[in-house]
Design a protein around this ligand. Structure first.
Ligand code: NDP
Length: 445
């Protein structure tokens, strides 16, 4: 039998100085420990020790030259956590906050997220502590070349298929894929999030944000409501926030806030026109960490240094960074009557914030379910690459919508308590865990 506290103490001993990883495991453990303790097969197989140890971790040096001719050095990572149900799959993050701990937390989360999509993909993640802020295009090109020169040794279309994440958008995927082709002389689905002209899937750029709102739509419907007329506070102004704003508007909701590290913008009229969405992309492309110009341009209010969780909204939708919504933010949201929380960033809420929402019986969608649309469409990109074919946008979008509905259904099945409250955290963790754990048993050790 497993005991929560002693398992986590052992895990901390084996993985010192990795708080994000421990946080991610603790959250999954909380949901699945009873399932494991009730199943002699899981217990005999030491399933928890095995599922929390990555298959392998690559750490490497990335040397590149800046525009001044100086040689710079960054750390590169690829964590291949679990491939029981398919090739390792998970994005690359370029951000100064990247450490081994963040890579392992993201790869661990990815295992269960990918399992939830119903597609055959294992869990992995990678990246670098490279800071793209203020770098020229040629510096980014040189960095990506150097990063891929090492990474290509460990990945392949049937073994490990990276994609984008924070700091890695279509430009970076292009530079990375270009270098892979140069070194390996092959055209394959080794990366997803590729450009439309060179093997990418339609709807991939929009997929995470669209998927999040499809999931939100299901959550709201489960309470016999609709998104129509609901107000939403979104954080971030990146790829995911952009897609969420578009789909929320389409479904009749109004996004009234977006944010950056400099503060948030309150747009009473809604972030709801093509002009505004295009401007979000422009701001992003400028490599600048500010949303303030949005407020100036569209006559909205800017709140420097503040987070949008102080607003009175129906739905809170964190779309930026891990642990961006803490207990105090959760308290403020609850006080002002928030009805739903749709965590779209990976581990966007701190554990105590999540527990507060659950205790107050507020429907709370966890990141691994809500943002699974991104990797789901990456999986569909892999399918199209294997077929050497591409599907129409409507076809991909319909599959994405179906997958998000199925993920919601899985959460309801495994997460509904005796009183009828849907604990999406528990539901997502149990549904994601079972498929992977059962596959591990089938495959032996
Ligand atoms: P981007 O880099 O495109 O955007 C992130 C945005 O959040 C940027 O605008 C960034 O500003 C902003 N930001 C960073 N820190 C803060 C902060 N403390 N407060 C407010 N805003 C902040 O990343 P994505 O949109 O791709 O990813 C966002 C989240 O979604 C991440 O957690 C990611 O792991 C997750 N995700 C992404 C997927 C994808 O398909 N892209 C798939 C699944 C999950 P700045 O750049 O100035 O720091």
């Amino acid at each position: 039998m497993y005991d929560r506290q002693s398992f986590i103490s052992e895990l901390e001993k084996r993985n010192p100085g990795e708080p994000e990883f421990i946080q991610a495991v603790s959250e999954v453990l909380e949901s699945v420990i009873d399932v494991v303790n009730d199943d002699p097969e899981y217990l005999n197989a030491n399933i928890l020790e095995r599922i929390t140890e990555p298959d392998r971790v690559f750490m490497f040096k990335v040397e590149w030259e800046n525009d001044e001719g100086e040689v710079c050095v960054n750390k590169g990572y690829r964590v291949q956590f679990n491939n029981s149900i398919g090739p390792y799959k998970g994005g690359l993050r370029f951000h100064p906050s990247v450490t081994l701990s963040t890579m392992k937390f993201l790869a661990f989360e990815q295992i269960f997220k990918n399992s939830l999509t119903t597609l055959p993909m294992g869990g992995g993640k990678g990246g670098s502590d490279f800071n793209a802020k203020g770098k020229s295009d040629t510096e980014i090109l040189r960095f990506c070349r150097s990063f891929m020169t090492e990474l290509q040794k460990y990945i392949g279309p049937e073994t490990d298929v990276p994609a984008g994440d924070i700091g890695v958008g279509s430009r970076e995927i292009g530079y990375l894929y270009g270098q892979y082709k140069r070194l390996r002389d092959e055209n394959s689905g080794v990366l997803t999030g590729k450009g439309r002209n060179w093997g990418g899937s339609l709807i991939r750029p929009e997929a995470t944000g669209y998927g999040a709102i499809y999931f939100a739509d299901e959550v709201v419907k489960a309470q016999n409501e609709t998104l129509n007329g609901k107000t939403i506070a979104v954080s971030g102004f990146g790829n995911v926030a952009w897609g969420a704003c578009i789909k929320a508007t389409e479904l009749g909701a109004k996004v009234v806030a977006i944010s950056g590290p400099d503060g948030y913008v309150y747009d009473k009229a809604g972030v709801s026109t093509k002009e505004k969405w295009d401007y979000m992309l422009e701001l992003r492309a400028s490599n600048n960490d500010v949303v303030q110009p949005y407020a100036e341009r569209f006559g909205a209010e800017f709140f420097p240094g503040k987070k949008p969780w102080e607003l009175k909204v129906d739905i809170a939708c964190p779309c930026a960074f891990q642990n961006e919504l803490n207990r105090a933010d959760a308290e403020a949201l609850i006080k002002s009557g928030v009805q739903y929380v749709v965590e779209t960033s990976n581990m966007g809420c701190t554990t105590d914030a999540v527990n507060l929402f659950l205790n107050k019986k507020i429907p709370f969608g966890p990141g691994k379910a809500v943002n699974a649309g991104g990797v789901a469409v990456s999986g569909l990109e892999m399918s199209q690459n294997s077929l050497k074919y591409s599907w129409e946008a409507e076809e991909v979008d319909a599959k994405l919508k179906r997958i998000m509905k199925d993920i919601h259904e899985a959460c309801v099945t495994d997460g509904t308590d005796a009183g009828g409250y849907i604990n999406y955290v528990k539901g997502a963790n149990i549904a994601g865990f079972r498929k992977v754990a059962d596959s591990m048993l089938d495959l032996g050790y």
